[in-house]
Design a protein around this ligand. Structure first.
Ligand code: AMP
Length: 292
């Protein structure tokens, strides 16, 4: 596995592979890698592409400076995991390499409603930071395929928007991959290491909230979207969450809130436990329930 710290060195490696007609798969991460990240590397390998992973904790996407400072860093373990997964190249740029002109006066990305809704509303500037760094990483790697986790559901929508609006060459295929969970049902996240075992158990209330909605749909209780949201939020608070940023029942494409539960929708959740902000989501297809 090759390790590169500069865009130029990475590009030389990629150019070599392109000369051999290889396709490039890219997995951007912020490190502190877990099985969720590794599943993206594995997915890329299944597609038979040369797999490049980046590890860069991007300062401009943290709206809370404390969250940035506390972000876990486990670079040696990360490199071992990537090597075992068969990753061909890792890009480990410095802040200076990605922001040579500093972090002020960055470009603005028009994201429309995606920036007003849910994560956009609760983390001002977050998606602008995500777009700046992903745009720069995509320009450096120029992948054919980009692998991202649907755990960050709205982020996938934002990057899909970015790819549509900026003509990348070659054209990028965005592949959204399933969320990997602990056996308990807790979605894997780099931030989980900051939770005590007790908080991890309490955090399962998110997973149980999805079950509650699934049951309500299966049993056709005729609960409204609003009632389901309120019950979900109450269950989180009762379980020990300090606060709930949002619970949304939303259209999976536009992410606009829905009221009609007979359409396919996604439930998006963000809530704090032990000072750690967790996000998760689950897709509900009404057709699925009709067939059950
Ligand atoms: P991060 O390091 O948190 O920026 O995540 C890097 C990539 O890994 C993103 O595309 C995430 O959506 C994805 N990811 C994070 N957690 C999971 C998970 N539990 N399952 C699948 N993908 C994940």
């Amino acid at each position: 596995m090759k390790i590169f710290e500069t865009k130029q060195a990475l590009q030389d490696f990629i150019d070599d592979h392109r000369l051999k007609n290889a396709l490039i798969g890219f997995v951007p991460t912020m490190g502190a890698l877990h099985e969720g990240h590794i599943s993206l590397i594995e997915k890329s390998k299944q597609h038979g592409v040369v797999t490049v992973c980046s590890i860069f904790v991007n300062p401009t996407q943290f709206n809370d400076p404390k969250d940035f400072e506390k972000y876990p860093k486990t670079i040696q373990e990360d490199l071992q995991k990537l090597e075992s997964a068969g990753c061909e190249a890792v890009f480990l740029p410095s802040v200076k390499e990605m922001y040579p002109e500093g972090m002020h006066q960055l470009p603005h990305y028009p994201l429309g409603r995606l920036e007003d809704l849910w994560e956009g509303a609760h983390r001002p500037g977050h998606f602008q930071g995500v777009c700046v760094i992903v745009h720069r990483l995509l320009e450096a790697v120029r992948p054919d395929q980009l692998f991202m986790g649907s755990k960050d559901f709205q982020q996938v929508a934002v990057i899909r928007h970015l790819i549509r609006h900026y003509p990348f060459e070659p054209k990028i295929q965005l592949i959204s991959c399933d969320t990997i969970r602990e056996k308990s049902g807790l979605a894997m996240s780099s931030r989980n290491v900051r939770l005590s075992p007790e908080q991890k158990t309490q955090a399962l209330a998110i997973y149980h909230g999805f079950d509650m909605i699934r049951k309500a749909l299966q049993e056709q209780t005729n609960s409204s979207a609003e009632a389901l949201k309120q019950q979900f939020a109450q269950q989180l608070l009762d379980a020990g969450f300090e606060s709930v940023d949002y619970i949304a029942l939303a259209d999976p494409t536009s992410l606009e809130p829905i009221t009609n539960l007979s359409q396919t929708f996604v439930v998006l959740v963000a809530a704090f436990i032990g000072g750690v902000r967790l996000i998760d989501n689950q897709l509900f297809s009404h057709e699925l329930f009709k067939r059950v």
